[in-house]
Design a protein around this ligand. Structure first.
Ligand code: ADP
Ligand code: MG
Length: 251
């Protein structure tokens, strides 16, 4: 579960470049909830994910992950709860290292000191079993450099990472925009399946309004650093046409 209360974030305060990226955002995302976030460029979608992940601290407000107050936590202190899929499949992984080593790094990220890349049989087995759940045969590739895999394969491994350790929150920021249409659809379907089957708490930022209509059980629209619309129960009755209409309205 994610609990965000009165979060504000201003970049370059008191300068001509000042941007109020998050004006005053409060949001609770329950375990098992799949929240889709849409909104114009610059409306604060990525900043919202960044403050959840701790890439930078919010200026004001509080953030709880799985009931733990992490407001002042650095990114590595929060990462045990989080798996993150970026727009660029190359982000968040080390290309030259194997799939297994990348999983190891992801799990070591939650420790401050004594970083070791020791991989024992139990760890290897856990990674193998988690990747197997994807049903893509990628468990056969755990000793290959992750850079030798396709973008879609790399994105799907992030889903398996969300099942490692304590991590149960999945953050996805335009995860399909650099993929071919077939891989993009595969990622959308696999993530929906994983979120449902493993009761992940998931946030998806997307520009694809059809995906926004089709996936998730709640939809928010961000506008100028605020939540402009928040649609939960009635989302299933919402048509893609209606969502398109929000963005053709005159200001
Ligand atoms: P979105 O993901 O909705 O397109 P962002 O959250 O990335 O929007 O950005 C919100 C606003 O904050 C934009 O005006 C953007 O230029 C600004 N912004 C984002 N990150 C930074 C940063 N690191 N430094 C300065 N301004 C930033
Ligand atoms: Mg963005």
């Amino acid at each position: 579960m994610i609990q965000i209360k009165n979060i504000k974030k201003t970049f370059n305060p008191n300068t001509p470049q000042e941007v109020k990226a998050l004006q005053n955002v409060s949001l609770v995302v329950q375990k098992g909830e799949y929240l889709v976030i849409i909104g114009a460029n610059g409306s604060g979608k990525s900043t919202l994910l960044d403050v959840i992940a701790g890439n930078f601290l919010a200026d004001e407000g509080s953030i709880l992950l799985e009931n733990q107050d992490v407001t002042q936590f650095a990114d590595y202190q929060r990462s045990k709860w989080l798996a993150r899929m970026f727009q660029n499949p190359l982000s968040g992984t080390a290309s030259e290292l194997t799939v297994l080593e990348n999983f190891r790094i992801a799990s070591l990220r939650t420790r401050k000191k004594g970083l070791k890349l020791g991989i024992d049989a139990d760890f290897r087995e856990e990674v193998f079993e988690k990747i197997k759940l994807l049903g893509l045969g990628l468990e056969q590739k755990i000793n290959q450099p992750i850079g030798s895999l396709s973008g879609g394969q790399r994105q799907s491994l992030t889903l398996a990472m969300a099942l490692m350790d304590t991590s149960k929150i999945l953050l996805m920021d335009e995860p399909t925009s650099a993929l071919d249409p077939k891989s993009a659809q595969m990622i959308m379907e696999k993530s929906a399946e994983f979120i449902q089957n493993f009761q992940l708490t998931a946030l998806l930022v997307t520009h694809d309004l059809r995906d926004a209509q089709q996936y998730g059980n709640r939809l928010i629209e961000m506008k100028n650093g605020n939540i402009n619309r928040d649609i939960a129960e009635s989302k299933k009755n919402l048509s893609a046409q209606e969502i398109f209409g929000w963005f053709s309205e005159k200001e």
